[in-house]
Write a protein that binds this ligand. Structure first.
Ligand code: ACO
Length: 330
C-alpha cells in the first residue's frame, strides 16, 4: 500500500506528573508485596501518586498549557478539546469542560472520551477527523488520569501497577509532510468484566454493600488482560503499519502504552522492532492509563529521541476492551 499524505499533525506536546514518588518498597509497607515481585512481573520500580485533593482537571490543565505554549497557541484559538480520563473529577459535567474553563479556551467545544488506556490515541483520531473535515484549525487532546483515587489499596494484584499523570498534545492541519499516516482502533464489549469498576453507576449504585466490598474500585483479571493486550496490540500495529504502507523496519521509534515491560517487549518483538527503538518509562511511572503514551511522547521529544522525518508507531490497549495503533511522521 502507498504511504498516504498526512492531513493532521501533532504540533506540540506537554505533560504533568505529581512530584510525590512512591517506590515498590514504599508499597511493601501497604500491601503484602516485594520490590522483586513487582519488578520481575511488570518492570515497574516507582510511580507518581498525587495528593487526594489534586484534581484530574488541574493535572490536565498543566499538561495542556505546556503543549499550547510550545505550539504558540493562545487559549482563544483552540477549537476542540478532547479529554480522555477514566478518573473524572465528577460524573457531570465532563472534565473536559472543567479544563476548558481553567484554560480559558472560550471558543472551543469540549467533551470527555471514555476508552480507558486507549483513550488518548482514540482522541487523536477523533480530533484528526474533526480537523480533516475543516471544522476547526486547532485541537487539544488531553489525557489525565488520577488512578490513585480509583485503586483498591488493599488489593496487591492491582494497586502496585498504576500511577497518576497527565499528557497533552496540540493538533493542527499538516503541511503534507509531517503528520498522522494511519490509525486502527477496535473494541470488544464482550470482555468488559476483565477490567472494570462494577459499582457507582446505574447498573450497581453506590451503597454500603458496594463500598464494603470495594466494588466501586478497579478490579482486574490480570492474566486474561495480559494475553488480550499482547494479541490486540500486535494486531493493531500490523493494521496501522499496513495502512501506512510501512513495515516494522521503517519505524524509527515505537512509543507503546506503558502497562508492563513484558507486554511492551512482546508487542515490539511481534512488530519486528528492536527494544533500542522502543521508548520505555513504565519503570518510573507505572501504568498511567491513557496518559502513558502522551507522557512518553513528550519525554522522548525532550530527550531528543524524536527528530524530523522519523516514523513513529504507538500501540495501546485497555478496559472495554479497547485497543489501537497509530503511525505518524515527525
Ligand atoms: N506481590 C506479590 N505477589 C502478588 C502480587 C503482588 N503485588 N500480586 C499478585 N501476587 C500473587 C498472586 O496472588 C499469585 O499468587 P498465587 O499463585 O498464590 O495465587 C501470584 O502472585 C502469581 O500471580 P499471577 O497473576 O500469575 O502473576 P503474573 O505473572 O500473571 O503477573 C500481572 C500478574 C503483573 C498483573 C500480569 O498478569 C499483568 O501484567 N497483567 C496485565 C495487567 C495490565 O497490564 N493491566 C492493565 C492493562 S489495560 C490498562 O492499561 C488499563
Amino acid at each position: 500500500m502507498k504511504t498516504p499524505e498526512p492531513i493532521v499533525e501533532i504540533a506540540a506536546t506537554g505533560r504533568y506528573l505529581p512530584s510525590n514518588v512512591v517506590t515498590n518498597d514504599d508499597l511493601a509497607s501497604v500491601v503484602d508485596t516485594t520490590d522483586e515481585w513487582i519488578q520481575s512481573r511488570t518492570g515497574i520500580r516507582e510511580r507518581r501518586i498525587g495528593p487526594d485533593d489534586l484534581l484530574a482537571a488541574e493535572m490536565g490543565r498543566q499538561a495542556a498549557a505546556q503543549a499550547m505554549e510550545r505550539a504558540g497557541v493562545e487559549a482563544g484559538e483552540v477549537d476542540i478539546i478532547v479529554v480522555s480520563t477514566a478518573t473524572p473529577d465528577r460524573w457531570l459535567p465532563s472534565t473536559a469542560c472543567d479544563i476548558q474553563a481553567l484554560l480559558g479556551c472560550d471558543n472551543a467545544l469540549a467533551f470527555d472520551l471514555q476508552a480507558a488506556c486507549s483513550g488518548w490515541l482514540y482522541g487523536v483520531t477523533m480530533a484528526e477527523g474533526f480537523l480533516a473535515a475543516g471544522r476547526g484549525e486547532v485541537a487539544l487532546v488531553v489525557a489525565t488520569e488520577k488512578m490513585s483515587n480509583i485503586l483498591d489499596w488493599t488489593d496487591r494484584s492491582t494497586c502496585v501497577l498504576f500511577g497518576d499523570g497527565s499528557g497533552a498534545a496540540v493538533l493542527r492541519p499538516s503541511d503534507g509532510q509531517r503528520g498522522i499516516l494511519s490509525a486502527h482502533h477496535r473494541s470488544d464489549g464482550h470482555l468488559a468484566e476483565l477490567l472494570h469498576r462494577p459499582a457507582g453507576g446505574v447498573r450497581q449504585p453506590l451503597d454500603d454493600t458496594a463500598l464494603q466490598s470495594h466494588d466501586h474500585l478497579l478490579k482486574m483479571s490480570g492474566r486474561e488482560i495480559f494475553k488480550n493486550a499482547v494479541r490486540s496490540m500486535a494486531e493493531a500495529s500490523d493494521k496501522a503499519l499496513q495502512q501506512a504502507g510501512l513495515t516494522g523496519d521503517d519505524i524509527d521509534l515505537m512509543i507503546p502504552h506503558q502497562a508492563n515491560i513484558r507486554i511492551i517487549e512482546a508487542t515490539a518483538k511481534y512488530a519486528g522492532i528492536p527494544m533500542e527503538k522502543v521508548y520505555v518509562n513504565v519503570d518510573r511511572y507505572g501504568n498511567m492509563s491513557s496518559a502513558s503514551i502522551p507522557v512518553a511522547l513528550d519525554e522522548a521529544i525532550e530527550e531528543g529521541r524524536v527528530r524530523p522525518g522519523m516514523n513513529i508507531l504507538s500501540a495501546t490497549f485497555g478496559a472495554g476492551l479497547t485497543w489501537g495503533a497509530m503511525v505518524w511522521r515527525t
